[in-house]
Design a protein around this ligand. Sequence first.
Ligand code: ZN
Length: 406
Amino acid sequence: MSAIASTELVRQQNSLRMLSALRRHGNLSHTALAELTGLASATVSAITAELERFSLIERTEQQAASGRGRPRVLFQPNSRFGYVAVVVISSDAVQYSLVDFTGKLMDRFGEGRSSGTSETFAQAVLEGVLRLASRSKIAPSDILHISISSKGLVDPASATLTWSPVLGEGQLDFRRTLSPHFRAQIYLYNETLLAAEALWMRNRGREEGVTSLAALSLGHSIGLGVARDIGEGRADVSAPNFGHMLNVPDGALCRCGAKGCVEAYCGFYGILRAAFEVPTNTIPAKFVPLAEVEKIAASARAGNRMAAFAFRQAGLVLGNGLSRLFSLHGPMPVFVTGPGTRFFDLLKASIQDGMVQTSVVRMGGLPQITIEPDEQSLVFDGHMGLALSRLDGDIVMSGMVAPQGS
Ligand SMILES: [Zn+2]
């Protein structure tokens, strides 16, 4: 690497460090910025000047309490620099949110999910994001980042939904549909990956020695997100295809078309099928209303044998699946989220039984399990964490912020 290129890289990294400190801590003085980033005072001055010149950050002056002396200068991201659109796709609805450059929520609305082809669905998402802009009276070009999430299999590199519980195999290329209308970068995430990201941000540094965690989402489908420490408080976050991992060869028919997936036993439709003794090769229900599962749960709690068996079987399969995760990646705390958490009383014992069947848990002990009922907040927090840091990265790396004279 040439000397100029490497100076440029250091400058970009320092700019990102400063932006990330401002995102994490809010308003900061020059001294606090130097302390939090570990950068020299002169470097902090040069970078704040540059970020201010490009309107990425702005300063406010605070008069000292005594009313005398020089006012204290505080820096923060410039809320009007640009906006982030967040689109959360769930099985029956789509939620649109608009967030400013400081991370503040400006607008949010939800829409029922139209049934139809991938093409009409992509069109509906496009119209939803355009409506976010018009409702807040900003130009579509003011949206700098679009962050979309769904359950199912996503290809993050191309922002394509390759398989989802709602659209099946109808591939959905969000970048192709949205790009012509925005200058924003478009990202697509698996929903449980975002939950794991949010849990990581919340829990990092809180407990000694925790270097990874898992988020397990229970509902109509089963999702898993894993966050693993890669140093400096950051994590590598992934969403292995846990719901469609093989549990038993030639087992119960899954919605994905395969037989014996984890989801075919633990997803709401799997529980419903077992509770009513429907043959396991029956094509799964497209959607099971929560009220139906509530009824099965009530009946299990009242002592109905098949209803209790359905939950017990689901718990065992989940426990087995988690123990396989620990065998491959080592033990880690598990955070359970999603609508299925309301049935955790019926699942807990069998999840533990399912886990202790493997030596990794027998020898290492049961992992810590925490219930996080509010999946929507987790997913949104995950969006925000990734969207703002990626947006900062895209802006700084694009050369939009360049030193004077270059
Ligand atoms: Zn499957």
